[in-house]
Design a protein around this ligand. Structure first.
Ligand SMILES: C[S@@+](CC[C@H](N)C(=O)[O-])C[C@H]1O[C@@H](n2cnc3c(N)ncnc32)[C@H](O)[C@@H]1O
Length: 478
């Protein structure tokens, strides 16, 4: 059980919250050029795996370029798939991300602390050879599982269990640790020979090893989707269809996922990811609660001999009751060895407004110790008009409420609110259908500072023109 500080938040009335902009809070005009950039603008590692409610790398750039210089520290306490820290590292800043979701942590860590292209390719080649040596056994167990989907008697080596002596055969893994059966909906999602390769990779890859973690994160990105670049065709790549839906769909349509070679597709994925060289600056990825991320950010920076205080925070806190990061990623979480419902119990994505404001106040309080005297903090906060299909209570004007009831009481200064009316059609929340596609209609960027100097920096920097050339031509060291 995590300790929660009790903070007093006197919630505003719904009438106040329903006030549309222009409110009496200052508006900050940041030219929204990030909206006109190409969909894949930014470093080629960004699209490693889709992630619900992620923001574009171009948005991170709009703030990083204006408010930091090379060598500065940029933080994101809710890093998701690692957009902010990766883009920061790619621009010569020290990008530090934190997330409580282990799936988000693996994606962020893979991007900010990647292996070289050669290391990734060499490891994949070694895995392919080990697979070849043990393929008959793995194919045998996968065929037995496919013949009796969901059978609790057919155990497989757990995720990350790894053979003690580096050997490939299933028995080597099994004698080490065999304690998991494969749920029926997982079995039904793949061709048996593809499933065999996935079981082998799942057991072999070590998430604490740099090259393995990169391969594992890349594997989550090709696990399911509607083209031949994905390992299962049963669902789109944006999110996992419900397990029951998968079972019913397969039974109703007699669906059989086509055979796909995991090693070939992973190799193709690596080629796409390494279209650009990895960022020259190495970042940091932390796993934990945003409420105490400030202390952990400082400790991790100190341990690396880096500046301990950040000049910029770019983050989007979890939306009010819009995304269940566990449930909508259950197949990827199975690959990583996590239980999706346990992840949803852990995360702060199901709060109603008042609890959310208390949560945000605790986050801003906890962050303070890791921020420089003139730090700028950009919080991307979506208005939520619908709460799982019904009108949301207090979801509109949320950014204003976060300022009034979470940031101001913690002594932050307000630079202003910038609007980002993301076209509804491009939002990931579209997956809930047209009506729910409007769940977060308008993003507002609440721009805060730790001091008057920071506030002025935020206001004057907002109108600075910035370079949108990508890849950037960074000056070379002599
Ligand atoms: C809107 S997403 C961030 C997306 C990110 N900006 C990106 O581009 O990928 C919010 C994130 O908050 C995380 N989260 C939820 N509760 C948390 C908590 N208490 N501490 C840290 N992270 C949390 C979720 O796992 C999710 O990744």
């Amino acid at each position: 059980m995590r300790a929660r500080r009790s903070l007093e938040v006197v919630p505003p009335s719904d009438h106040q919250l329903a006030l549309p902009l222009p409110s009496d809070l200052p508006q900050l005009t940041i030219e929204p050029e990030w909206k006109v950039q190409q969909r894949l603008w930014g470093h080629s590692f960004h699209p490693m795996c889709s992630y619900l409610a992620s923001f574009p790398a171009a948005l991170a750039h709009a703030l990083i370029a204006r408010y930091t210089r090379p060598g500065d520290v940029v933080l994101d306490p809710f890093s998701g798939r690692g957009t902010t820290p990766l883009q920061a590292c790619a621009e010569g800043r020290i990008g530090v991300g934190n997330d409580l979701n282990p799936f988000a942590h693996i994606l962020t860590a893979a991007k900010v602390d990647p292996p070289t292209r050669a290391e990734a390719k060499t490891r994949l080649a070694a895995l392919r050879m080990a697979w070849t040596a043990g393929a008959a056994e793995w194919n045998g167990i996968a065929a037995a599982i496919a013949a009796d989907p969901g059978s609790p008697d057919l155990l497989v080596p757990a995720a990350g269990s790894r053979p003690l002596d580096g050997a490939a055969g299933l028995s080597r893994f099994a004698s080490f640790r065999a304690d998991a059966f494969v749920p029926a909906e997982v079995t039904l999602a793949f061709h048996p020979r593809t499933l065999a390769q996935i079981l082998f990779l799942r057991a072999s890859l070590n998430p604490d090893d740099r090259a393995d973690r990169f391969l594992l994160a890349s594997l989550t990105g090709i696990l399911h989707g509607k083209s031949a670049t994905y390992l299962s065709a049963v669902m789109p790549n944006t999110f996992s269809m419900a397990p029951r839906y998968v079972r019913d769909f397969v039974a109703r349509t007699d669906f059989h996922s086509p055979e796909r070679d995991a090693f070939t597709l992973l190799d193709d994925k690596l080629r796409r990811l390494y279209r650009q060289a990895p960022p020259a600056t190495r970042g940091i990825a932390l796993l934990g609660d945003a409420r105490d991320s400030g202390v952990r950010f400082r400790e991790s920076l100190r341990a690396r001999g880096l500046p301990e205080k950040a000049r910029l925070v770019v983050t989007s806190p979890p939306y009010l009751r819009v995304v269940k990061y566990g449930y909508y990623n259950w197949l990827r979480l199975w690959l990583l060895g996590y239980d999706a419902s346990a992840i949803d119990d852990l995360l702060d994505d199901a709060h109603h407004r008042d609890a959310y404001l208390i949560f945000m106040r605790e986050v801003l309080s906890g962050l303070r110790s890791a921020l420089a005297d003139d730090a700028v903090i950009a919080l991307v906060i979506g208005d939520v008009e619908l709460d799982r299909g019904r009108p949301a209570n207090g979801g509109v004007g949320l950014a204003e409420a976060v300022w009034e009831y979470a940031a101001a009481p913690e002594g932050y200064r307000l630079a202003g609110i910038a609007l980002d009316d993301v076209a509804a059609g491009r939002k990931m929340t579209k997956i809930w259908g047209d009506e729910a596609g409007q769940a977060t209609k308008l993003d507002r960027i609440l721009v805060l500072a730790t001091s008057e100097a920071g506030r002025r920096r935020a206001v004057s920097g907002a109108s600075l023109p910035i370079d949108w050339t990508w890849p950037q031509r960074l000056p070379r060291a002599l």
